[in-house]
Design a protein around this ligand. Structure first.
Ligand code: AMP
Length: 386
């Protein structure tokens, strides 16, 4: 069975064709609308990469072109979409129906950059691949198990009751994959895991026996850790002050906190951790940015350990988590009181997926290459029953 995984962002569309039973990648394609000029690329085994330049407005054409090419490799049996927001309606993946499409559309208010392009792709695929079943795998679904105490903000009751204001959590496809992979690496399912997804966006989740019990992102992907350009948590009083006393409006505040903060905002160098780390020895602002980044991850690990009542495994994943031995070492410093002791040479030498804890460490420290695409393939297979 061939499953096509579709990940539609605000400016790119990534497509991966899988032999689903073997979880083997057959081909992958990318449409990038931000490149100048916009471009389409497709990699297939044993063939030269297909590349084409696109003119704006060719969205549907580009999709049908890439689908035509993929169909020459193998007929597509099902399509699985990453959909960022499933609200409180979806605690698991769902087969696409008109009702599910309506829900994704209604939830666009909560994820304006992400839900609309997913919906656009679902419709384009309905036209291009009539009769092929489609599935939505939601980034919020893995966090649907949060208790009322973990998901509810202590704000006026009418906000939570009438407006859907609550912690939803994000990166669920990654956290879910890592939870399963970590349990397999540790060799048992009754484990308490803290999973640190550290990419451009970053979040930590606490997982007990495969069930998510806490997560650092909230109503939006802005809460929690410091990120590439996002501030993470700040005192809401700062926002009130900036709005009331300094004349910022909602749009300006949005831009500042989502696009001009985090590593970029503090360092003034870049949102890219590699560049901030490279600048840090000679640049106090870059050094401070890394110090805050590490401090906040450690704080959050402590909070998650308290929620779990202990930890059996700490997982590092995504761009920074998988690749930066320096950040991992700094995050793990003096965490022996949680039973976490790093093997410094294993941390520097081993490639993911790997256990980098010292042999005597009570809990494991794992580096896992995240595979959101495989979570989508598995959810799609489960729902389509193939
Ligand atoms: P992602 O969103 O998962 O693609 O992660 C992107 C982030 O990972 C960027 O901040 C990159 O700078 C960071 N990253 C990738 N490789 C490294 C590395 N070797 N060291 C530090 N950060 C890295």
């Amino acid at each position: 069975m061939k499953v096509l995984v579709c990940n539609a962002g605000s400016s790119t569309l990534k497509l991966s064709l899988f032999e689903a039973e073997e979880e083997r990648l057959l081909a992958d394609g990318l449409i990038d609308w931000t490149a100048k000029p916009a471009r389409l690329g497709l990699r297939r085994p044993g063939q030269a990469e297909l590349r084409a330049e696109l003119t704006v407005g060719q969205h549907a054409d580009a999709i049908s072109r890439i689908l035509d090419e993929l169909q020459t490799i193998a007929p597509i049996h099902a399509v699985g979409h990453r959909v960022v927001h499933g609200g409180d309606r979806y605690s698991a993946a769902a087969r696409i129906t008109p009702e599910v499409k309506r829900a994704i559309d209604e939830l666009a208010e909560l994820a304006p950059l992400h839900n609309p392009p997913s919906l656009g792709c679902i419709t384009a695929f309905e036209n291009a691949l009539p009769g092929v079943p489609q599935v939505a795998a939601f980034d919020t679904a893995f966090h649907a198990t949060l208790s009322a105490a973990a998901r509810t903000y202590p704000v006026p009751r009418s906000w939570t009751r009438d407006l859907g204001i609550r912690r939803y959590g994000f990166h669920g496809l990654s956290h879910s994959y890592c939870a399963g992979r970590a349990a397999a690496m540790i060799g048992r399912t009754n484990v308490r895991l803290i999973i640190a997804h550290l990419g451009n966006g970053a979040s930590v989740s606490a997982v007990r026996e495969g069930v998510c019990v806490d997560t650092s992102m909230g109503f939006t992907p802005l809460e929690g850790l410091m990120m590439g350009t996002r501030s993470g948590s700040v005192d809401p009083g700062v926002l009130i002050y900036m709005l009331r006393e300094k004349g910022l409006d909602g749009d300006r505040l949005d831009r500042a906190l989502n696009h001009e903060s985090g590593l970029l905002g503090v360092s003034g160098v870049s949102s890219d951790m590699r560049q901030v780390l490279a600048a840090a020895p000679d640049n106090p602002d870059a050094r401070l940015a890394v110090d805050i980044y590490v401090h906040r991850i450690r704080q959050t690990i402590g909070a998650m350990a308290a929620t779990l009542g202990g930890v059996d495994g700490l997982v590092f994943t995504a761009g920074v988590g998988e690749n930066s031995a320096e950040i991992r070492e700094r995050v793990c410093a003096n965490l022996d009181f949680l039973g976490l002791a790093l093997d410094r040479s294993a941390n520097r030498e081993r490639r993911p997926d790997a256990d980098i804890a010292a042999p005597a460490s009570k809990a494991r420290i794992l580096v896992i290459a995240t595979r959101e695409d495989l979570t989508i393939v598995r959810e799609t297979r489960k729902l389509i029953g193939l």
